[in-house]
Ligand binder design. Structure first.
Ligand code: FES
Length: 238
């Protein structure tokens, strides 16, 4: 093969791609983690990355492009060392998410999905709006490389981003220790490279478990599911 992706995606990446494919009964099911693997190399899904996935999975480039452009976690432009995602969905926005985004936007002098600094270089930051990050009880929240920083304020978020620009990696509120965007993408592809312990990081927050904790203290339990639950018949699909 003479495609330029041979230089970009070396033997190690091709082997990882084959390991991903081996996880599934049908190779095309491997496309989502494969796209994360591509991002772990280049920091985005390039045209070469699309060709690489298509060749590995026996798909057309159009099929791979359709998926890569549908999901927001697949980036079409190179990301910074860190991806900062500020939740500006309704609840976080009302609690200060919009102000956090505006503060970071002013500081970094970039807009949505734009990068301050040279993409991939140390201290470079890509900023983005994010939809609900499923942590509304801890809002306003932001994520760096998909790790959570809960209960943020504009001041705390600015301090965090300045630290990232200085090369520091402040600990997330919960979950795994912070790495960088490419390393996080490798993990999303299913490769932990000696960081398997990251999976054990405490991900649940006290606030999230409060209902369960109160129920346990008071001895409340949900009714058990009967062994033979009968479900109403589903309407026939036509
Ligand atoms: S609205 Fe921000 S986490 Fe749900």
């Amino acid at each position: 093969m003479t495609q330029t992706f041979d230089q970009t995606f070396d033997k190690d990446i091709a082997e990882k791609a084959q390991a991903i494919i081996a996880r599934y009964p049908q190779s095309r099911s491997a496309l989502l983690p494969m796209l994360h693997l591509v991002q772990s190399v280049q920091g985005y899904v390039s045209q070469d990355g699309i060709r690489f996935c298509a060749a590995q999975l026996d798909l057309s480039e159009a099929e791979v492009s359709a998926v890569a452009t549908f999901y927001t976690m697949y980036k079409r432009r190179p990301c910074g060392e860190h991806l900062v995602s500020v939740c500006t969905n309704t609840l976080c926005a009302a609690l200060g998410g919009d102000a956090i985004y505006a503060t970071l936007k002013d500081h970094l002098k970039v807009g949505h999905e734009e990068t301050a600094g040279e993409p991939g270089e140390p201290g470079s930051i890509t900023l983005e709006h994010a939809e609900c990050l499923a942590a509304c009880d801890l809002g306003p929240v932001l994520q760096v490389n998909y790790e959570f920083y809960d209960n943020q304020t504009p001041e705390k978020a600015l301090e965090l981003v300045k630290a990232l620009q200085e090369g520091e990696k402040p600990a997330p509120t919960r979950g795994a220790p912070l790495t960088d965007f490419k390393q996080a993408e490798l993990q999303l592809a299913g490769f932990f490279e000696g960081r398997d312990a990251d999976l054990d990081g405490p991900s649940a927050a006290e606030e999230t478990l409060r209902g369960a904790t109160i129920a346990a203290e008071r001895g409340w339990t949900a009714p058990s599911t009967p062994d033979n639950a009968e479900f109403p018949p589903l309407p026939e699909k036509k």
